[in-house]
Ligand binder design. Structure first.
Ligand code: AMP
Ligand code: MG
Length: 486
C-alpha cells in the first residue's frame, strides 16, 4: 500500500497503519476489544515476534499479556470488526467478526504488512447470539496447527500469542477463556466480496476491489479487466493451497466462503485435523454430516467457493452485464487445470519426481489406492518410501516407480533428497494434540504444547528424539471427531 503517513514505532515495537479503516464504513465497525478480568500469557511465539520486528522483552512480559488480551491498546492501533458474508455449508448468511477485533496493520522492518487480530476479544455488532469469547483449548489448538502448517511451508495465518483471560466461557461445559492473537497477510475473504455485493452498492464493491488488488495482487492493476485478473489470481493461489493441503493430508473441516482468505493463506482453524490412515472420505468435524468438506472433496468445494467469488465480482468486471458474466466464467474456468498442475507437482515431489507429467498421474494414484487398501498411514508411507528399500507400495508398483525414477536426469540420491523435503516426518497427530491440550487446559502444564510446537517447527528433520510423535493413533481410538469449539 503506498501511503505517505510516517508510521511511528510505538512501545512493543509496533508500527501500526490502518488502511482498512479508510474503506467505506459499511465494511466494518470501529470497536475496541472488551477488557478481560485477569490476563495471563499462556503461549508467546518468540520466533514470530522477532520476525515481525517486535520487542520481545516488552511483549513477552505481563505488558504483552495486557496487549494480547485487549486490555491495553498498543499505540497506533485503531480497532475494528470486519463485516463479511458467507456461504456456510452452502447457505448464504450476512456475518462479520463476531468475536474478533482487528487492531490494525503492523508494518514490519522489511516493509511487510500484517493484520494483527485478537480472536475472542468480546462482542461486536456482528456477534448475533454469540458471547464474543473463545475458550483456551480451541485457541491453543489453532496456535499449534497454524504453526505446524507454517513449519510445513504451507501458506497460513500465524499465531503470535494465546492469553488466558481469567474468565469462564459457557459452552457444552464451563471452560477457561482465552484470546488468540492472529497474524495474517490480511483478513480479506471470499465472504468480504459477497458481503459488498449483497449491499448492491457499487462504489463499495469497487473500493474493495481496488484495495484487495493493491494489497495482494498489484500486478492485476495493469490487466484490461483488473476484476477478471483478480479472479484468476485467487483461483491460482487457492489451487496451489488446496494441492498443498492434499500433499500433507490436511482436512480443514469448515471450508465456508467466510473461511477462505483471498491472500491464499489457510485461515480459521476450527474442526480441522490431519489424516492418519489414507482415506479420501475422511471427515473429522462432528457437524459435517454430509461429508461436504471431506478430504478429497476439498478441491471441489474450493472451486464452488471461487464461483461465489466470481459472481460477487460480476458488477465490477468493466463490461456490459452479459459479457461480464462470460468473463467471470472464463476466469473461474482456469481453476481445475491450475489445481491439477499444482497437485501433480506436489504429489510428484513426494515420490521423488522433479518434473512430473500427466503420464505420472496413474503412478501416484496407484500408490494412494494401495494405501487405501492396506489402511496405511499417509504421512509415514511417504516418509518411508525408499527406491532401494521395500515395504511401501505393491511390488509391481515399486518396479514401475523405480523405472520412472531411473528415467530422470537426477540421481536416486537427489530424488531421495527431494522426497525428504516433500514428505514430513512430523505432523500434528490428533491424539498428540489432544494430549498436549489436556495437560495445558486441565493441568496447567504447557510442557507438551511446547514440545509439540518445537517438533512441528522442523517437520522435515529426522526426529529420533521424539519417536512417539511419529506414531499413528491406535486403531481402537478411531474415528477421531473434532468440534467447532466456538
Ligand atoms: P467460524 O465458524 O469460526 O468461521 O465462525 C462463523 C461466524 O460466527 C463468524 O462470523 C464468527 O465471528 C462468529 N462467531 C463464532 N463464535 C462466536 C462467538 N462465540 N461469539 C460471537 N460470534 C461468534
Ligand atoms: Mg470463520
Amino acid at each position: 500500500m503506498s501511503r505517505t503517513t510516517v508510521m511511528q514505532r510505538t512501545p512493543g515495537g509496533w508500527r501500526f497503519d490502518n488502511t482498512y479503516s479508510q474503506l467505506p464504513a459499511a465494511l466494518f465497525e470501529k470497536t475496541p476489544p472488551v477488557p478481560v478480568s485477569a490476563p495471563a500469557m499462556a503461549v508467546f511465539n518468540h520466533a514470530l515476534a522477532v520476525d515481525l520486528g517486535l520487542d520481545v522483552e516488552v511483549l513477552g512480559s505481563h505488558n504483552g499479556a495486557l496487549v494480547f488480551a485487549g486490555n491495553s491498546l498498543p499505540g497506533g492501533a485503531d480497532p475494528l470488526a470486519q463485516a463479511y458474508a458467507g456461504h456456510q455449508f452452502g447457505h448464504f448468511t450476512m456475518l462479520g467478526d463476531g468475536r474478533a477485533v482487528l487492531l490494525g496493520e503492523h508494518v514490519d522492518p522489511v516493509g511487510r504488512r500484517w493484520d494483527v487480530q485478537l480472536k475472542g476479544a468480546g462482542r461486536t455488532r456482528y456477534s448475533r447470539r454469540g458471547d464474543g469469547r473463545a475458550a483456551l483449548g480451541p485457541m491453543l489448538r489453532e496456535y499449534i496447527i497454524s504453526e505446524a502448517m507454517h513449519g510445513l511451508g504451507i501458506p497460513t495465518t500465524r499465531s503470535l500469542a494465546v492469553v488466558s483471560t481469567g474468565e469462564v466461557v459457557e459452552r457444552e461445559a464451563l471452560l477457561p477463556g482465552a484470546v488468540l492473537t492472529r497474524i495474517a497477510s490480511s483478513h480479506l475473504r471470499v465472504g468480504t466480496f459477497e458481503y459488498a455485493a449483497a449491499l448492491s452498492d457499487r462504489p463499495v464493491l469497487e473500493a474493495l476491489l481496488g484495495y484487495t488488488i493493491r494489497r495482494h495482487f498489484p500486478e492485476c492493476l495493469e490487466a484490461p479487466s483488473p476484476a477478471r485478473a483478480l479472479i484468476e489470481a485467487v483461483c491460482r493461489s487457492q489451487a496451489s493451497l488446496l494441492a498443498r493441503w492434499f500433499s500433507v493430508g490436511f482436512v480443514h473441516g469448515v471450508m465456508n466462503t467466510d473461511n477462505m482468505a483471498l491472500s491464499g493463506e489457510t485461515i480459521d482453524y476450527g474442526p480441522c485435523a490431519f489424516m492418519d490412515v489414507y482415506d479420501p472420505g475422511t471427515v473429522f468435524s462432528s457437524i459435517d454430516r454430509q461429508g461436504r468438506y471431506a478430504f478429497s472433496n476439498q478441491p471441489v468445494i474450493a472451486h464452488w467457493n471461487l464461483a461465489r467469488f466470481a459472481e460477487a465480482l460480476v458488477p465490477v468486471m468493466g463490461f456490459p452485464e452479459e459479457r461480464s458474466v462470460e468473463e467471470a466464467k472464463e476466469a473461474l474456468a482456469i481453476y481445475p487445470g491450475a489445481f491439477k498442475r499444482a497437485w501433480l507437482e506436489a504429489m510428484g515431489a513426494k515420490i521423488g519426481l522433479f518434473a512430473p507429467a500427466e503420464l505420472d498421474i496413474p503412478l501416484i494414484e496407484e500408490l494412494l489406492e494401495w494405501m487405501l487398501e492396506t489402511r496405511a498411514d499417509y504421512t509415514n508411507t511417504f516418509r518411508r518410501l525408499n527406491p532401494e528399500g521395500d515395504g511401501e507400495g505393491s511390488p509391481g508398483w515399486r518396479m514401475r516407480w523405480m523405472e520412472r525414477l531411473l528415467r530422470q536426469t537426477q540421481s536416486l540420491g537427489e530424488s531421495r533428497g527431494l522426497m525428504k523435503r516433500s514428505n514430513p516426518a512430523v505432523i500434528p497427530r490428533n491424539h498428540k494434540v489432544e494430549e498436549a491440550l489436556e495437560a495445558a487446559v486441565v493441568g496447567g502444564d504447557f510442557a507438551a504444547v511446547h514440545k509439540l510446537v518445537a517438533a512441528l517447527a522442523k517437520p522435515y528433520e529426522d526426529t529420533a528424539r521424539d519417536p512417539d510423535l511419529l506414531e499413528p493413533v491406535a486403531p481402537s481410538d478411531m474415528p477421531y471427531r473434532t468440534f467447532c469449539g466456538t
